[in-house]
Design a protein around this ligand. Structure first.
Ligand SMILES: *Cc1c(COP(=O)(O)O)cnc(C)c1O
Length: 458
């Protein structure tokens, strides 16, 4: 059996969780229209829906919360956050936002015009949707290795710079208002991006005069992967690596609910004064005054502390080992996962487990439903429910290459026995995989449909 890293913390506060009986789970699922997003969290035993905003804050973060300055403008808490943002990312011009998608919304409102293209390695769902909501066209130019779930490339989140150059040449540089990269690549399995690649991507964008923005939600996990895997970085601290990454960028958007280990919060930063002015104007309209941006002063305090805790190397070593442990146990249980395990989640290859269910009948959805029925576990479909869409030119359906179920691990929350339980439950499902059925929509909204869609079994 793989070894489990002892948690580098001890538990000071607990919250009870309960596995409700199987018939109650079935009732809850029916009432939710077979969408696990619509199940009451109290009816979930192990909740691996997301690692976003679900982590456990530290005693220091809770202590900082008591020091929140709730002044409308110019609060002390803002300046404490500004110090952390400058110290880690090296940016002076930034605004807090209530979460990552608010930053994406504002960035898209300021920079993206209808018909324009925004390349990245892979956009996450909210980034993709925010660009589309402004009439823009997100483009995913990750390396080919990313679409082979068994390829063990150490930096499978890398962007293909040859594809990027060809893409910009094809659509025209005037139609690319900004270029992005997501670290780690959440939609592609939580896979890291090498610093060498971030450099090459930044150089490519800059050679065309295109500003380069990082979607930085898991920048600390990405920095630790660089330390572990990229030649020349073993002796650098994650903080030094993070600074090197962000020195290459013209801006970034950030969901603090990930590597800043807070329950709510985000950031949007830029080096461009004119863009910064436009960002602040949008922010005031949608989020709040630029020194609090949709958050309370106490939230800014918790984020300022969490930004440094998220970079702590003892924590990061535990974090990545815990994820790898779950991956190995799931593999032992007979399922295929996206290899190698990423930072924050294990992505189960539902397409490989359920080859009898076609894309259009949602194999990932089928597995997510079964995980809840069998063990009260909640995961998230990352496949055709989330990404299949009609091509704007041809009208035909475009399916993603992979049908995945993501088991995201909240930070500092679950222990080894929880991970073992998840792997054992998956083992039980794998043994009767042939009996699982597909699903169809009974309701589906236009954008971000996985959140609110309803289903019926086929
Ligand atoms: C979570 C996430 C976002 C969106 O952030 P929210 O805080 O959930 O709004 C954007 N990009 C990536 C890569 C993410 O993981």
């Amino acid at each position: 059996m793989p070894s489990y890293p002892p948690e580098p913390f001890r538990i000071k506060v607990t919250e009870p969780i309960r596995l409700i009986p199987p018939e109650e789970r079935r009732t809850a699922l029916l009432a939710a229209g077979y969408n696990v997003f619509a199940i009451r969290a109290e009816d979930i035993f192990i909740d691996l829906l997301t690692d976003s905003g679900t982590g456990a804050m530290s005693d220091r973060q809770w202590a900082a919360i008591m020091q929140g300055d709730e002044s409308y403008a110019g609060a002390r808490s803002y300046f404490r956050l500004a110090e952390a943002v400058k110290g880690i990312f090296g940016f002076e011009r930034f605004v807090p936002t209530h979460q990552g998608r608010a930053a994406e919304n504002i960035l898209s409102a300021v920079l993206v015009r209808p018909g324009q293209y925004v390349p990245s390695n892979m956009h996450f769902d909210t980034t993709d949707a925010n660009i589309r909501a402004r009439g823009g066209r997100p483009a995913n130019l990750v390396i080919d290795e990313a679409s082979d779930p068994q390829d063990r490339h150490p930096f499978k989140g890398n962007m293909d710079t040859a594809k990027l150059k060809a893409f910009i040449g094809k659509v025209g540089v005037e139609n690319v208002p900004l270029g992005m990269i997501t670290v780690t690549n959440n939609a592609g399995g939580g896979q890291p991006v090498a610093l060498e690649n971030i450099k090459a991507v930044a150089e490519t964008y800059h050679s065309f005069g295109i500003p380069f923005y990082i979607d930085a939600a898991r920048y600390a996990e990405n920095a630790y992967f660089i330390k572990l895997r990229e030649p020349g970085y073993a002796d650098k601290s994650t903080l030094e690596i993070a600074r090197e990454m962000f020195a290459l960028a013209d801006g970034f958007c950030f969901s603090a609910k990930k590597d800043a280990i807070v329950n709510i919060g985000g950031l949007l930063a830029t080096r461009d004064e004119k863009i910064f002015q436009a960002i602040k104007n949008e922010l005031i309209l949608r989020e709040g005054f630029p020194t609090y941006g949709g958050l309370a002063g106490r939230d800014l305090e918790a984020m300022a502390v969490g930004l440094y805790e998220g970079l702590d190397e003892t924590y990061l070593a535990y974090r990545l080992d815990q994820t790898a442990y779950l991956g190995e146990r799931i593999r032992e249980a007979g399922l295929q996962i996206v290899e190698p395990p990423g930072g924050h989640a294990i992505y189960i290859d539902a397409g490989a487990l359920l080859p009898h269910i076609p894309h259009g009948e949602f194999p990932g959805q089928s597995l997510a439903v079964e995980l809840y029925l069998e063990g009260g576990i909640r995961g998230c479909e990352i496949g055709s429910v989330m990404f299949a869409h009609a091509d704007p030119e041809t009208g035909g359906m475009v399916y993603p290459k992979l049908e995945l179920v993501r088991l995201a691990i909240p930070r500092r929350m679950y222990t080894q026995s929880h991970m073992d339980y998840v792997a054992e439950t998956l083992g039980k499902i794998a043994r009767r995989a042939g009996s699982l059925r597909g699903y169809k929509f009974t309701y589906a909204p236009e954008a971000l449909r996985h959140f609110t869609a309803k289903f019926a079994p086929l």
